[in-house]
Write a protein that binds this ligand. Structure first.
Ligand SMILES: [Zn+2]
Length: 229
């Protein structure tokens, strides 16, 4: 059995096919219910969508506490993390948009897609993680883009984690349109209410998705809560 646990902002702990994955592990975010040290020796894979500090977060420290964990990101960001760590071993996997990636010891399909956003090191990305138990899509920070429809058609995500906070990303209206394109079974809102500038109402997002008459269930998690699949 797998699960998705929201750790506040865009940080998620995902358990799928017996792997523990952290995506955008800014565990020191103001909503976070966890500390970095809790993850010592527990992580198999860290994925970061782009290098902004609210996403790269505590990745380097987590990798220090998990010497066997792999790290996947766009090439230039992976190089930066390898430098920070002083680690040029095969566990730091620099890749790019496309995929699936070849990550040593990880039998999951991980694929980077675009995100319409900015970043300092390499292109910003969204990511599909496809295991036997479930296929998950984490949108990173992004505006709405039409190729979300291809992600929906090709991979039929069970769970889509979508930013709704506006200003830097989609708002609730655009994220509801993203749900229409992706057609996930479950949509989980993220990247909202961390700061006043990204205030948003997740119930409004749920209402807009319901209005479209889609088969998608919106699951609103509180930081620390788990959705099991
Ligand atoms: Zn962000």
């Amino acid at each position: 059995m797998g699960y998705v646990r929201w750790l506040g902002h865009s940080a998620f702990e995902i358990r799928v096919d017996d792997y523990t994955i952290l995506v955008d592990p800014w565990l020191s975010n103001p909503q976070s219910p966890v500390s970095v040290s809790e993850y010592k020796g527990k992580v198999d894979l860290v994925i970061v969508t782009h290098d902004h500090l609210d996403h790269l977060g505590d990745a380097v420290q987590i990798l220090r506490l998990n010497p066997n964990a792999k790290f996947a990101a766009v090439y230039e960001l992976a190089n930066f993390v390898a430098e920070q760590l002083g680690d040029t071993s095969g566990r730091i996997v620099g890749a790019n948009i496309g995929g699936p990636l070849r990550i040593p010891g990880i039998d999951l399909k991980v694929m980077f897609f675009p995100a319409t956003h900015s970043s300092n090191r390499g292109a910003p990305t969204s990511v599909v993680i496809a295991g036997k138990e479930a296929t998950l899509f984490h949108a990173g920070d992004t505006g709405l883009f039409a190729e979300m429809q291809f992600i929906g058609e090709l991979y039929r995500p069970d769970i889509a984690m979508l930013p709704i906070g506006s200003h830097f990303t989609m708002d609730v209206v655009q994220a509801a349109k993203a749900v229409e394109l992706l057609k996930p079974r479950v949509a989980i809102p993220m990247h909202y209410n961390t700061f006043p500038v990204i205030e948003a109402d997740p119930q409004e997002f749920a209402r807009l998705v319901a209005e479209k008459g889609l088969d998608t269930k919106v699951v609103i998690l509180k930081p620390g809560e788990v959705y099991e699949f």
